[in-house]
Design a protein around this ligand. Structure first.
Ligand SMILES: Nc1ncnc2c1ncn2[C@@H]1O[C@H](COP(=O)(O)OP(=O)(O)OP(=O)(O)O)[C@@H](O)[C@H]1O
Ligand SMILES: [Mg+2]
Length: 214
């Protein structure tokens, strides 16, 4: 039952977009529980608007202060748990880091997003220091513009934090908000590039859990 927390204190970095699309992607092969730990309730709103929810995907809003109990309350064979974290450094985001086997930090390819990630990186490292390195953690670069130098510059800025970035990332594509409006995922739409981006992120995560970093 791997637990993935998708967190970043900065708003609008693509946490919910990544959470909903990855939840959909993992649900193609195994049960998924998507925990909406953001009081804005975006993932829950998305779930409530689904015309055809995948049968393997459950979405649950987390009541204040209940995240750890909600994660522990799941049986060990439930497949994947994905936590859509709130903006801000809050008790909930700290609990998400605590509950996670893998923390993903979505960051836009912008220096403001890189600078703003410092608090969550510190929170992750503080947790790792008390637990012999768990959870694993990685940045996911979101909304990149293809064919710009900025992506590579952001990569080198992020390495200064000492956490890796997944090789797979999302580019800025209208199919992401479009899928969200439709209560769906880019996996269901016609945009093959977006689909491949999410599947590449899923594949990289699966390899992290299988101990294969290639
Ligand atoms: N790859 C992408 N291409 C285009 N638009 C995107 C992409 N990823 C996210 N967006 C859009 O960017 C905005 C912010 O994304 P999202 O809501 O996922 O961020 P968030 O980090 O969850 O925000 P919050 O901190 O408010 O919860 C949304 O309008 C979303 O549709
Ligand atoms: Mg969100």
């Amino acid at each position: 039952m791997p637990v993935i927390a998708i967190v970043n204190q900065k708003g609008g970095t693509g946490k919910t977009t990544l959470s909903t699309n990855l939840a959909w992607a993992f649900a193609e092969n195994s049960p998924v529980l998507l925990l909406d730990a953001d009081p804005q309730g975006s993932a829950q709103d998305w779930a409530d608007s689904q015309p055809k929810p995948p049968h393997n995907l459950n979405v649950k809003s987390v009541l204040p202060g209940r995240l750890i109990q909600d994660v522990r309350g799941q049986s060990a064979d439930r497949g994947w748990i994905i936590i859509d974290g709130p903006p801000g450094i809050t008790k909930t985001s700290a609990d998400a880091v605590r509950a996670a086997d893998l923390v993903l930090i979505p960051a836009k390819a912008s220096p403001f997003d890189v600078w703003a990630a410092s608090d969550i990186v510190e929170a992750v490292k503080a947790r790792q220091a008390t637990t012999k390195g768990s959870p694993q953690a990685a940045f996911v670069i979101t909304m990149t513009r293809p064919r710009t130098r900025l992506g590579r510059q952001i990569d080198s800025a992020l390495t200064e934090y000492g956490l890796p970035a997944l090789r797979a990332r999302t580019t800025e594509r209208v199919s992401y908000p479009q899928a969200a409006i439709e209560g769906s995922s880019v996996l269901e739409g016609r945009d093959q590039t977006a689909r491949n981006e999410i599947l590449a992120i899923r594949g990289e995560i699966e390899r992290l859990f299988n101990g294969d970093a290639s």
